[in-house]
Design a protein around this ligand. Sequence first.
Ligand code: ATP
Ligand code: MG
Length: 399
Amino acid sequence: LPTEFLEAVPVMDVLHQHGYEAYFVGGSVRDILLGKKIHDVDIATSAYPEEVKQLFHRTVDVGIEHGTVLVLLNQGEYEVTTFRTESTYQDFRRPDQVTFVRSLKEDLKRRDFTMNALAMDTTGNIVDLFEGMKDLDNRCIKAVGNPSERFHEDALRMMRGLRFASQLDFEIEPATYEAICEHHSLLDKISVERIQVEFEKLLMGGNRKKGLDPLISSGCYKYCPELADKKENLIHLANLSNQPFESVELAWLVTLAALDIQPAQVKAFLRQWKCSNELARLMTQSVKALQQRLLTGWRLDLLYQSGEKVITLVETACPYFGQPSQLSESLLSYQQLPIHSMKDLAVTGQDLLGHVKQPPGKWLGDMLNYFEEEVLFGRIENDQEKLLQAADLYQKGDN
Ligand code: ATP
Ligand code: MG
């Protein structure tokens, strides 16, 4: 067993010693069988949450209504979740109620895909009740049981299936895919927040096209915010270079540009997706800069306004739109700018007030803006004496 699992074995031992069952379940079992890196291990147990809490000194109720208790042992934190079923789904979203059960089989049965319904014991033995190993071998995403029923229970599973196709480079099994096509409109019951998580993971996956293609062909895209009338643009996005994105920011920038979202629309678009204001600000700047960069190349004022973060994003996005990245050249040009903000000007507003001997007013801001541009384009040297001389000329010209 890899260390991530070994470290959790003492937790499982305690459960076993008290007569409970305990298994590793979920994504970590799938990922270890695929030889992938794993983040955190999930433990499923027949012990009820209150029983788990009695067995360990330090626990945190992270999701006790869903049966999850965080166990703190030695240096580690382990999510321990009681076997459960989610029997009654009324609204296609979340189970009305979680029922805790003592049977592993019941717990695995309610999981979304066969590859996610594997359990592993502390010796590394796999419990495979739904042919998950076979589907892993065939690189196949297959619903556990009847796919239509499963998507009716929780429509988010359709988006999860698409994102796993991208992340794992797997095919969606035909009956599962057909059910997604048939039931895609159930996604309108799902919160944007949950769709957003899956869509971002899809974008960040190693084979994005493999998730985007069925997102489009199944019709699921129509239930993603702002995408309903963007089919052609989505096809364009799917057909760009399939090079994985190195950051979520880059993923959104390329997506926004491929969808032809204009700078002035970016904020509203990303608000619909419930993205942060911080991302919206960064993307508004980046989309605008990318448009100009692709059309005319950087101008000094665009470099100046953009700053290193936006320049880096934009240059990294260029290859997706058929232009080679000129990252180091562009960053160098930026670093060589005579100033990087108003603060770098060799005169301050105070200096100008003292020199020009006029009451403060709009003229001061105008003059500073004028100097900013003149210095940026190298028409006036960033030197106090030169700038004060220029202030005199500027005043004369003005009056
Ligand atoms: P990731 O690597 O992204 O964490 P994961 O498979 O671990 O992938 P999680 O969201 O962490 O995904 O869920 C853990 C496990 O819980 C899944 O492997 C699956 O067995 C089950 N699961 C999660 N979401 C659902 C769902 N909507 N319907 C059914 N089972 C689910
Ligand atoms: Mg997980």
